[in-house]
Design a protein around this ligand. Structure first.
Ligand SMILES: [Zn+2]
Length: 325
């Protein structure tokens, strides 16, 4: 489906199916169903002999407000939402934890919201989704962290006591993230309501835990899994490139937080990005690489299915989601 244009993606589902001479949903299902609840708790993809899972941790639709995209007016955002077949008064946000199955080992990439109330009610469903996917939390020996925002690390700890929920796992964290979130005075920087108290909580938990392994640069973190630097959304964020055989799958974390169904223009400066201009540069670099290397790409906050391929579409990108296996 890589030749599908963005125009095709925004067709109504029925029209799309008939346009392609098929009678059942292939890649359009989540766009078509985006207004209803997402019930499927996981998707599974195969990358050579590695299995990659998308696990729903939570869902939240944020009311659309001025300033959400700093350099684009709210009417333009509404137009993009409508073009994607979505209601134009809110932006749909998913919280999706990725997992890998490498032989008998389960690897998590980030840990979700932990059900922290700041991310809304009914979230923190990672363990439920793991159970549905047949993944045993006790088999998790490694957790790769993309960045230290709460919706990626609060799933590592108990909301009341901060006790570790995966004490036997090695937690692999970009050193640049640890350094930034523990530097003197960081707790007094206003980074918006969802990041209130975040630096203090990092300092009381991840920064002191003995099972945390910091790394610099872009090393191979596990056989077949390499870190790729992607600063902007958070100062030391990384993405994770999974390779096996001739297949490659990029777990792109928060390189773009609005689903590519909505945002195919990489120039949009999202207020949620700590350094919006750097985030734009990173986004172009990472997505251009994804197009050139024909990577399957997933995003933490995209609609399900949250993995697929990207192609160039003018100055932006078109996203073709894949259902998985
Ligand atoms: Zn996030």
């Amino acid at each position: 489906m890589s030749s599908v244009s963005r125009r095709d993606l925004v067709l109504g589902a029925a029209a799309a199916y008939s346009a392609f001479g098929i009678n059942k949903p292939v890649t359009f299902i989540d766009v078509a169903n985006a207004q209803g609840p997402v019930t499927q708790p996981f998707r599974r993809y195969r990358v050579g002999d590695i299995e990659v899972f998308s696990l729903i941790d939570g869902m939240r639709d944020l009311p659309l407000r001025d300033g959400m995209v700093r350099n684009v007016g709210v009417e333009q955002v509404k137009t993009a939402l409508r073009a994607a077949g979505l209601p134009d008064n809110q932006t749909p946000l998913r919280f999706i934890v990725m997992a890998l199955k490498l032989r008998d080992q389960v690897v998590l990439i980030d840990s979700g919201t932990g059900g922290h109330p700041i991310y809304g009610n009914g979230n923190g469903r990672l363990l439920e989704s793991m159970a549905a996917a047949g993944l045993d939390p006790k088999a998790v020996k490694t957790i790769l962290i993309s960045h230290l925002h709460g919706d990626h690390i609060y799933g590592l700890m108990n909301n009341e006591t901060n006790a570790q929920l995966f004490p036997d796992a090695e937690i692999v964290v970009p050193a640049a993230e640890l350094k930034w979130w523990t530097r003197p005075g960081v707790e007094s920087i206003d980074l918006g309501p969802t990041r209130k108290g975040l630096a203090q909580r990092i300092q009381a938990t991840v920064a002191t835990w003995k099972n945390v392994r910091p790394f610099e640069g872009e090393p191979e973190l596990l056989p077949g899994v390499r870190a790729i630097e992607a600063p902007g959304h958070s100062p030391g964020m990384v993405t994770h490139l999974v390779s096996s055989g001739s297949r490659q799958f990029l777990i792109s974390a928060d390189v773009v937080n609005l689903s590519p169904h909505i945002q195919t223009n990489p120039e949009w400066q999202l207020a949620i990005d700590q350094d919006p201009q750097m985030a734009v540069e990173t986004r172009k670099k990472i997505f251009d690489r994804a197009v050139a290397d024909k990577l399957t790409v997933s995003g933490t906050h995209w609609l399900m299915p949250n993995a697929g391929t990207l192609s160039k579409d003018g100055n932006g990108y078109a996203f073709s989601p894949q259902d998985g296996v």
